[in-house]
Every structure is written in structure tokens, then in C-alpha cells.
Design a protein around this ligand. Structure first.
Ligand code: FES
Ligand code: FES
Length: 164
């Protein structure tokens, strides 16, 4: 039996502390240990992006990382981005512009898109498609995902201007 390791993480602002085997993947830590089920498991081979979370400011596919590698990190999942009573503009835009169908890819899509809009607040269609290339959707054909991100970008820029 491999020795368990002591791990501390901050997930959506909450400190977490536990013992885990070195082989435990971060996606299972989130979903099964911490009951944070927004990040989904689509492929477990780093292709689909359904498991995307933000770790210390970077988009990461949480099936590609061991929990022990995230020791001391700050992690944000879709649950930390917005909820039913306080939707993030991206969540509102995906809802209004039909950026989802089955919704399986959506937590990863929106989590990745929050970082994309931090990196490029007003992206072109090409920049959106390039920036979202690591996130796959089996349902939407991507057109409405692009539209949703464009709409959120416009909304967020307008809100920023209004606040200045
Ligand atoms: S489940 Fe992680 S990339 Fe598909
Ligand atoms: S909405 Fe179904 S996989 Fe994207």
C-alpha cells in the first residue's frame, strides 16, 4: 500500500486538508473526496477539457494532475465562478445564447472561458476558437459557444466601462 501524503489545498476559497495516495488524480479529489462535482470526467486522457479548473491562475485539465502536485494551490471550479443566485456573465450568456445542449462540457468550457476573457477581454472569433481549442463539445457545433463568449465579453466590457 503506497504511503498516504498530507495535502492542503484551497478550493473555491475554502481550505481543504486530507491524506491521499500519490496516485490520486485531482479530478477524483474534487469530485469524490470534496464532493465538488462541477468538473466532469469526459475522457481522462487530457483531450476533452470537461475537467478544466483554474489552478493558481492557469487553466488546467484536472485529470492530468495528481492531487499531490496541487499541494498548496488555489483552485477555482465552476462552483466558485457563480451559482444560481449570482450567475457569472458567461453563465448568463451561455444560457441566453444556447451555448449548451446536454451541458456536460459546460462547466469546463465556462471555467476555461473565464481565463480566456481575463487574458483577452475582447477576443476575436479566431482568438476564442484558438483559446477554447482544448475544450470539446459533442453537441453544439461550437457556433453558439463562440457567440456566448462574445456576448459575455461585450457585457463585461460595458460593465467595466460603466464602473470607470
Ligand atoms: S476528463 Fe480531463 S480532459 Fe477529458
Ligand atoms: S453541450 Fe453537450 S457536450 Fe457540450
Amino acid at each position: 500500500m503506497p504511503k498516504k501524503m498530507h495535502i492542503t489545498l484551497k478550493v473555491n476559497g475554502k481550505e481543504e486538508e486530507f491524506l491521499a495516495e500519490p496516485r490520486e488524480l485531482l479530478i477524483y479529489t474534487l469530485r469524490e473526496r470534496l464532493n465538488i462535482t462541477g468538473p466532469h470526467i469526459g475522457c481522462e486522457t487530457s483531450h476533452c477539457g470537461a475537467c478544466t479548473v483554474t489552478i493558481d491562475g492557469k487553466s488546467v485539465k484536472s485529470c492530468t494532475m495528481f492531487a499531490v502536485q496541487a499541494e498548496g494551490a488555489e483552485i477555482t471550479t465552476i462552483e466558485g465562478i457563480g451559482g444560481p443566485d449570482d450567475l457569472h456573465p458567461l453563465q448568463t450568456a451561455f444560457k441566453e445564447h444556447h451555448g449548451l445542449q446536454c451541458g456536460y462540457c459546460t462547466p469546463g468550457m465556462i471555467t476555461r472561458a473565464t481565463k480566456l476573457l481575463e487574458e483577452i477581454p475582447n477576443p476575436t472569433e479566431e482568438e476564442i476558437r484558438f483559446g477554447m481549442a482544448g475544450n470539446l463539445c459533442r453537441c453544439t457545433g461550437y457556433q453558439n459557444i463562440v457567440k456566448s463568449i462574445q456576448a459575455a465579453a461585450a457585457e463585461m466590457s460595458a460593465a467595466k466601462e460603466a464602473a470607470e
